[in-house]
Design a protein around this ligand. Structure first.
Ligand code: SF4
Length: 399
């Protein structure tokens, strides 16, 4: 049998729903024709969503960055300030956070992504206090936030186990983990970009613990900081192995590294074709993960739209505020009507979803589209302005 025939038979098996090995995934990722890879991934998506395969989803949420002060100093990060850098560092007070939550509710947002640096003083108590205050004031908001890195940090600051940290913040109001901090899980590329972060194995161990304690999560991947194709596939393998045991990863969200204002400046970003190939191979390889999200904040709306033909079922969030990847150069922006439009032009029916992916509003009739002029895309300047509130309500689409 020729190599070409081998490749086609693996692709056919994957498209039919058969499990593929990491070695096979690497061959497909590297060598399969782009359109054939996308067609196979789309076939899997259609089968997984039989009956609702015509729908693609988005969510409205707000990133609330509570501080940029961080002791972890990841080399790819343009957002953080070292604790001694009092000029750049800032924290946001509880009143400011609650005001941002109120604005989110007012604009129809359903989810809060609480995201920030590893502040040297912020232990479990800090998160308990803030999550409880948010839930007391806005019980309708879902707190989908943080990840294993924050749990590791807060547990260390408070001198408790990660089990206790997860249990306490869950009881205080955290609904699910956003999967932040996964970056690249294999050791070599992780050490190269985030040498002070916990290992990839530890990241997965903490997420597995969370899943066991009833806190589900999403999973992410940062592409384009110099990792090899084999390391990208190894990242997927590590997630799939945990998912086989827990089933707690709701989604996989790859996004591309943004090269501005950080210590890795100058390194190559992943190409858009590599990104689409990753969406497709994730759909084929992660046969146990339900949702694959196209992240168009870092790749652009057209690529986000294309991702819907390469296995993605969701375009993530229209975000009231985002400071982290925009600090590193992400400049793509949109608003709800644009997202609805681009989903329609991809041949799908748009639907606003909840954090747990139930459809809240299905936009099946353009005559009933929302008319909301305040939902204007913009990159928030809150991080740059040192924590002062932005004067307008701005929406930025992001993952
Ligand atoms: S990515 Fe997160 S942990 Fe790393 S330096 Fe930035 S804020 Fe800190």
């Amino acid at each position: 049998m020729t190599e070409k025939a081998d490749l086609q038979s693996v692709l056919d098996r994957a498209a039919a729903g058969g499990r593929i090995t990491p070695e096979e995934a690497l061959v497909l990722y590297r060598d399969a024709p782009l359109h054939a890879l996308g067609a196979a991934a789309d076939a899997v998506r259609r089968r997984k969503y039989a009956g609702i395969e015509h729908i693609a989803t988005y969510i409205i949420e707000r990133n609330i960055n509570y501080t940029n002060v961080c002791v972890t100093a990841c080399k790819f990060c343009a957002f953080y300030a070292a604790p001694k850098d009092t000029e750049k560092g800032w924290t946001r007070d509880l009143d400011d956070i609650l005001r941002r939550c109120a604005e989110t509710v007012e604009l129809g947002g359903t989810q809060i992504m609480f995201q920030g640096g590893h502040h040297p003083d912020y232990g479990v108590e800090y998160y308990e206090k803030h999550f409880k205050a948010i839930k007391d004031a806005f019980p309708q908001l879902v707190i989908h936030s943080l990840g294993a890195s924050e749990v590791e940090h807060m547990a260390r600051i408070s001198g408790v186990s990660v089990e206790e940290a997860i249990t306490r913040i869950h009881e205080a109001g955290l609904d699910s983990f956003a999967g932040a901090g996964a970056e690249l899980l294999p050791e070599r590329p992780r050490k190269a970009i985030a040498p002070l972060k916990e290992s990839g194995e530890r990241w997965l161990e903490i997420m597995e613990t969370a899943h066991r304690l009833g806190v589900e999560s999403t999973s992410t991947m940062l592409m384009g900081t110099g990792e090899t194709n084999a390391e990208r596939i190894e990242h997927l393998r590590m997630i799939r192995d945990v998912q086989d045991r827990t089933g707690g990863f709701r989604a996989f969200i790859p996004y591309t590294y943004q090269p501005e204002n950080n210590h890795l400046k100058g390194r190559t970003q992943a190409t858009l074709f590599e990104y689409l190939r990753m969406i497709a191979i994730a759909r084929l390889f992660l046969d146990n993960v339900q949702h694959i999200q196209g992240s168009w904040l870092t790749t652009g709306k057209e690529v986000g739209q294309l991702s819907l033909h390469y296995g993605a079922d969701d375009l993530g969030s229209i975000m009231l505020e985002e400071n982290v990847v925009s600090s590193a150069g992400a400049r793509h922006r949109s608003n709800r009507l644009e997202i609805i439009d681009l989903i329609r032009k991809a041949g799908r029916v748009p639907a606003q979803r909840a954090t747990t992916y139930e459809h809240l509003v299905v936009h099946d009739d353009p005559a009933n589209d929302p008319v909301d002029d305040r939902v204007v895309s913009h990159i928030s300047s809150t991080a740059i302005e040192g924590g002062t509130a932005h004067p307008e309500l701005k929406l930025l689409a992001s993952n």
